[in-house]
Design a protein around this ligand. Structure first.
Ligand code: SF4
Ligand code: SF4
Length: 87
């Protein structure tokens, strides 16, 4: 029997690597981790819970398929560290 939890499990654990299928194109967002100061705003504000914090508290796109390009994260990032790959 196989475990019911699969690689596509929507409940990504904090710090989990993305299972994104890059054949669809780039990830929804580019995050400049040099500029990011781990303020947590993007993680807290995303209505789709796309992000999980890495061990430094910086955002990882843990659920990239859920991103709706709503703009909230990059509009609110105080360090202009987030840009969209699709807008
Ligand atoms: S809002 Fe910007 S500075 Fe803050 S954690 Fe997100 S990417 Fe980093
Ligand atoms: S664009 Fe919107 S849905 Fe996508 S990660 Fe940013 S806040 Fe979340």
């Amino acid at each position: 029997m196989t475990d019911s939890k699969t690689a596509g499990d929507a409940q990504a654990k904090p710090g989990a690597k993305s299972k994104y299928d890059y054949s669809k194109g780039p990830l929804p967002l580019e995050i400049n981790l040099t500029w990011c100061k781990a303020c947590n705003l993007c993680i807290a504000l995303c209505p789709k819970q796309v992000f999980e914090p890495d061990r430094d508290g910086k955002p990882v796109q843990a659920r990239p398929d859920d991103c709706t390009q709503c703009t909230i994260c990059w509009v609110h990032c105080p360090d202009f560290a987030i840009t969209s790959n699709y807008k």
